[in-house]
Design a protein around this ligand. Structure first.
Ligand code: CIR
Length: 256
């Protein structure tokens, strides 16, 4: 069953984002431009019917605008994660009280387990959990235990190349799955209606479905037309400054 999202939490980019983590060589993000792109992102979420809580920038944590990684918000339960990147660990503490306003049930992932929720893809009540440089097996095991206690299920997916699971996968509901790179040949995903995103456009594999609209990054015409063929209304967003930090559309919000 597809979810209905009512809320989103986002955090404004920090000026310190110029020191954010990046494995790519696309240059330093421009703070003013990032703020502009972030404001458009918030508007797009609002246009999908969401009430958006916009948190102030957290200068202590250069990557803190990527709020997706610090919590997993399911319909019935919130799970605070423990990011694998040392510079991001403190971000969880800063989101705790915000999440607690919306959820009665809040669990957490504890050391030595690590999870960044960009590695977690929700498909109904089942969760795919990427084992990456940021999310370890202990993290996935803890998470699956928590999910099962609350009537949900999870399974792991090994990652070799992508930063996070959802760097290369996006579930668009209705069994439609955007799939890219190392995931294309994985038997695990063959039961989905797979929409392949080619190497040239692989950044566009990180799209988000929000209440039947699909938000996509601007500038990826082939992926755009494939998504259009599925009859989703599309909202295109400029993401250049976040791409420089390996961040995609899903990373910028918690939707629930
Ligand atoms: C990082 O490396 O942690 C950030 N620069 C990007 C995080 C992107 N988040 C995501 O894919 N969920």
């Amino acid at each position: 069953m597809k979810p209905i999202y009512r809320h989103a939490i986002v955090r404004k980019p920090a000026r310190s984002m110029v020191h954010g983590l990046s494995a790519t060589d696309m240059g330093t993000p421009n703070y003013e431009r990032a703020m502009h792109q972030h404001a458009a992102y918030v508007k797009a979420l609002q246009s999908c019917g969401l009430e958006v809580e916009v948190l102030e920038a957290d200068e202590e944590h250069p990557d803190s605008c990527f709020v997706e990684d610090v919590a997993l918000l399911t319909p019935s339960l919130a799970i605070l994660t423990n990011p694998g990147a040392p510079t991001r660990k403190g971000e969880t503490k800063k989101i705790m009280d915000v999440v607690a306003k919306y959820y009665d049930a809040v669990e957490r992932i504890n050391e030595p387990a690590t999870i960044e929720a960009g590695d977690v893809m929700m498909v109904g009540s089942h969760f795919y959990i990427g084992i990456s440089e940021r999310t370890n097996l202990a993290g996935a095991t803890q998470l699956i235990g928590i999910l099962e206690t609350h009537g949900m299920t999870g399974q792991t997916v090994m990652l070799d190349l992508f930063l996070h699971l959802k760097t290369g996968l996006a579930y668009l509901e209705h069994n439609n799955l955007l799939i890219s790179g190392e995931f294309v040949d994985k038997p695990l995903f063959t039961s989905f209606n797979r929409i392949e995103v080619g190497e040239q456009e692989s950044y566009a594999a990180n799209c988000i479905w929000v209440n039947e609209k699909v938000l996509i990054p601007k500038g990826f015409s082939e992926t755009k037309s494939k998504i259009k063929q599925l009859n989703y209304p599309i909202v295109e967003l400029e993401m250049s400054e976040f791409q420089k930090l390996d961040g995609g559309l899903s990373c910028l919000s918690l939707r629930f």
